[in-house]
Design a binder for this molecule. Structure first.
Ligand SMILES: [Mg+2]
Length: 191
């Protein structure tokens, strides 16, 4: 198979394939003595949201990844179906995540994918790399993410890639050229 016949789709992990923030909030609220609700999450920036330093947020997230709350994390509705569909239609499915490349964090993600029978669809998991660079490198047909800055990154570095945004409270102000979806089922009508 030559490079031109390769087609692939790239998915973000947190709040794209899995419902991360809804499961992380109770954990973070307990640690930081806050009462932030999902609807209150107006920004993707957790430091701003909780009024904490980046180091404090990193520490909380690391603890969350090793907690039982992380084990309870479920896939976003329709995403299992979407993976099944795209993996039958395209050559490869990859994950590109901003999660830091640490053993415990990688393991927590891997466990969630295995637990929900989604790892079988994945060819590669790219951790901590720029999503634009990943899409360019694999020649992604489409990229799915919840964070506007990642959509922008892909628009710049891999302009031919179709950009799909998962609707979340923190991306309501984003009005650029993007396909907005409310569940994984929408992907079946788009790709
Ligand atoms: Mg995300």
């Amino acid at each position: 198979m030559n490079a031109c016949s390769m087609t692939s789709i790239v998915f973000d992990f947190d709040d794209t394939l899995f419902e991360m923030v809804p499961n992380m909030l109770p954990f973070a609220n307990k640690m930081f003595q806050t009462g932030i609700r999902y609807e209150d999450c107006y920004t993707f920036n957790l430091s701003l949201l909780f009024g904490r330093t980046d180091d404090e947020i990193d520490h909380m997230f690391h603890q969350f990844c090793m907690s039982d709350d992380h084990k309870k994390m479920v896939p976003t509705p329709g995403m299992h179906k979407a993976l099944q569909y795209v993996s039958s239609k395209y050559n490869a499915v990859h994950i590109a995540t901003a999660r830091k490349s640490k053993a415990e964090i990688a393991r927590s993600m891997h466990n969630a994918l295995v637990q929900h029978d989604m790892m079988k669809y994945m060819q590669r998991v790219f951790m901590g790399s720029s999503k634009g660079a990943v899409c360019k490198r694999v020649g992604a047909v489409a990229f799915v993410d919840d964070a506007p800055h990642n959509i922008e990154d892909v628009a710049t570095d891999s302009p031919k890639t179709t950009r799909i945004l998962v609707d979340r409270p923190w991306n309501q102000d984003y009005k650029e050229d993007v396909i907005r979806i409310t569940s994984g089922y929408d992907i079946l009508n788009i790709l």
